[in-house]
Design a protein. Structure first.
Length: 314
């Protein structure tokens, strides 16, 4: 299992184009002989599935730290997506045996770096290649520096390797270990307060403060964080560590309270004036009633006098 970043730039006299040309030429006779020898050895010593499952479960849950590294979580469109991580893939590969796996940087086009992961089951004669890409520009479109590109390339190789391994090792074997690792990582509900504090300390070391955590979880205080929330925080921390997601994406900064209050004031409808609170309202109301009374009194007198005059005629 190897991770090769030579395709990012020239190393010595070998460029990325020459590396790809060498790959396209295919394996040499020595490499073919080596693979055939490994296949023969795998056939001679086949894997024991029952032993594999027991070893996978034991290694994935050996302690809380290992268990926490075995799964990740990502925010997507307001929902949570979780799954087995690179560390669980490495454990699965070690326990499964009789496999060859590697990941290499394939190319870089100025916006993305591309990595290819491959896994071969020597016993079953199954081979899988997976290609992934990772962005190497920031939000403003500026290209990362050399060091950050190397970090991103390593993360792309890890993801490509994980995806290739999980295409070869059946998911039916992975899921029980994945669920058990989550249970061990989160801990029991009785120890929620201690586990919550521990996870918050780990995130703080990564640069995630309490305000960002509460904003991501939509909680008002640390005491409102539930067991499920702790599991999500652990998964997000693993995703950041493995390069699956950027910190600002996993834990966006909360809006400024002053700006939020100003926005709320601007969005609120204009208040309707209450005329009853006006000290001159009663005076104006009395004047209006008096004016109406004076306008209607002559008409009322005329209407009353007219029938009387008519009755005198008859």
């Amino acid at each position: 299992m190897s991770t090769d970043n030579a395709a990012l730039a020239k190393i010595g006299d070998v460029s990325s184009e020459e590396v790809r040309a060498t790959r396209a030429a295919g394996p040499s006779a020595m490499e073919v002989a080596e693979i055939e020898s490994q296949i023969a050895t795998a056939k001679r010593y086949p894997r024991d599935i029952k032993r594999f499952k027991a070893e996978l479960m034991s290694m994935a849950t050996i302690d809380e730290e290992t268990a926490a590294s075995c799964y990740y979580a990502l925010p997507r469109d307001g929902k949570k997506i979780d799954g087995p991580s690179v560390r669980l893939a490495e454990i699965a590969l070690s326990c499964y045996g009789n496999c060859l796996a590697q990941a290499d940087v394939d190319s870089e086009d100025g916006r993305f770096v591309y990595a290819v992961g491959a896994c071969r089951d020597l016993e079953r004669n199954i081979a899988v290649r997976v290609r992934v890409r990772r962005r190497i520009t920031d939000k403003r479109g500026q290209k990362y520096g050399d060091d950050m590109i190397a970090v991103t390339a390593n993360a792309a190789c890890s993801v490509a390797l994980r995806n290739a391994i999980f295409r070869v090792v059946p998911a039916a074997y992975i899921k029980p270990a994945f669920d058990a690792a989550k249970a061990v990582a989160v801990g029991r509900a009785e120890g929620l307060a201690n586990k919550r504090a521990e996870v918050l300390r780990r995130l703080a070391k990564m640069g995630v403060d309490e305000a960002r955590v509460l904003h991501r979880l939509d909680r008002r205080s640390v005491e409102d964080i539930t067991v499920d929330d702790v599991g999500l925080l652990i998964g997000l921390g693993t995703a950041i560590h493995d390069g699956e997601v950027e910190l600002d994406t996993a834990f966006p900064a909360p809006p400024d309270p002053k700006k939020r209050a100003a926005a709320a004031v601007e969005a609120a409808p204009a208040p309707v004036p209450d005329e009853s609170q006006d000290p001159d309202f009663a005076r104006r109301q009395e004047a209006a009633i008096a004016a109406l009374g004076s306008d209607s009194s002559p008409a009322g007198d005329t209407a009353a006098a007219a029938p009387a005059k008519k009755s005198n005629l008859f």
